[in-house]
Design a protein around this ligand. Structure first.
Ligand code: DP6
Length: 325
């Protein structure tokens, strides 16, 4: 058998309506749908080589040879692809993210989306975009949203086949920019996977889930009509609600640092003064500040000047995952 090799790339994404908690942890079927945009300048490039001479999978990620739990997660994901192709061949993975490792920007979305596409391509499997998105979801929930292009909705579903993401608007629909204010470059204490497992321990999670359809609806409508004011209101509320769940679960997860609150307050102050700007925060202390592209320089300058902000990253709306020839 010849070497079966392919390279694929996928952008990271930022969620406007968040994924937090699964109804099925093993399959990563979420308790609620989510909406995001791909981030064009933050992506992962992954080469997968299936080689009959290998007796184990191995992976070089950002120059580091993977072992332990990280390697097991990759290998399990490859098993999903191998099972679909009816092969047992082990693989060598080489993966590089173009955003600095360990800055608290999750790379699992772009990494598992790129890994899924490269592995599927290497084994010449035919899959629809929805099937590929569902496959990527098995590796990391948010990776399902890095397969389709532009602005994306992940439909929660209630089975492997029905839980996938699709594009709801193309890249050029709305020129939004994400100015990520980096508060800390340290790795987060508790990762998302563990966080999803504890979401249901918060007495507030049931209310969050019950209200999710309303927030999804408001977000989708605001996004499709480019209504920034309505968009800002629902996106910030959704992020704040998710953090309330994190803070009130067992164990309680406090991701915010003092500088996180300083940035949130500044975003609200700038918006009150007329600047279209909103914040949203994932499982870490960094703040994603979103605004129309014309305001990105001004926002970048304003957040950089705040105490506790160590750096900023910037990204616009990104394409879906692609194969490199
Ligand atoms: C807070 O997709 O990273 O960023 O499925 O365990 O890999 P796993 O979790 P992950 O969770 C993302 C959580 C979030 C919100 C979001 O992106 O929707």
């Amino acid at each position: 058998m010849p070497l079966l090799k392919a390279t694929a790339c996928a952008c990271s994404n930022i969620a406007f309506i968040k994924y937090w908690g699964n109804r099925d942890d093993a399959l990563r079927i979420p308790v609620n749908g989510s909406i995001s945009m791909n981030l064009d300048r933050l992506y992962t490039r992954t080469t997968v080589t299936f080689d009959p001479n290998l007796n184990a999978d191995s992976a070089l990620v950002d120059g580091r040879e993977m072992s332990g739990g990280g390697m097991t997660r990759i290998s399990h994901h490859l098993d999903q692809v191998r099972r679909r192709a009816g092969v047992e061949t082990r693989a060598r993975i080489e993966s590089v993210s173009n955003f600095p490792a360990g800055v608290g920007i999750a790379s699992s979305a772009s990494a598992f989306a790129a890994l899924s596409l490269a592995a599927v391509k290497a084994l010449d499997l035919r899959m629809s975009e929805a099937e590929l998105s569902a496959l990527a979801r098995l590796g990391s929930g948010s990776a399902s949203r890095s397969i389709p292009t532009g602005f994306v909705e992940w439909f929660a579903g209630d089975s492997h086949e029905s839980s996938f993401a699709a594009s709801i608007a193309p890249v050029d629909h709305w020129a939004l920019v994400d100015v990520v204010a980096l508060v800390s470059k340290a790795h987060k204490a508790t990762g998302s996977t563990e966080g999803h497992h504890t979401a249901a321990t918060s007495p507030l999670q049931a209310a969050r889930v019950a209200d999710a359809a309303r927030r999804l609806d408001l977000c989708r409508k605001a996004l499709l009509s480019r209504d920034f004011e309505a968009f800002a209101e629902v996106v910030e509320q959704d992020s704040d609600i998710m953090h309330a769940i994190m803070m009130t679960g067992k164990p309680a997860l406090f991701y915010w640092q003092p500088a996180t609150l300083t940035i949130m307050a500044e975003v609200r102050r700038l918006r009150a003064s007329g600047l279209p700007l909103l914040y949203t925060i994932d499982a870490g202390p960094n703040v994603h500040c979103l605004c129309p592209a014309d305001y990105a320089d001004q926002v970048d300058q304003a957040v950089r000047a705040l105490p506790g902000v160590v750096d900023t990253l910037r990204a616009g709306v990104g394409h879906g995952a692609w194969v490199e020839s």
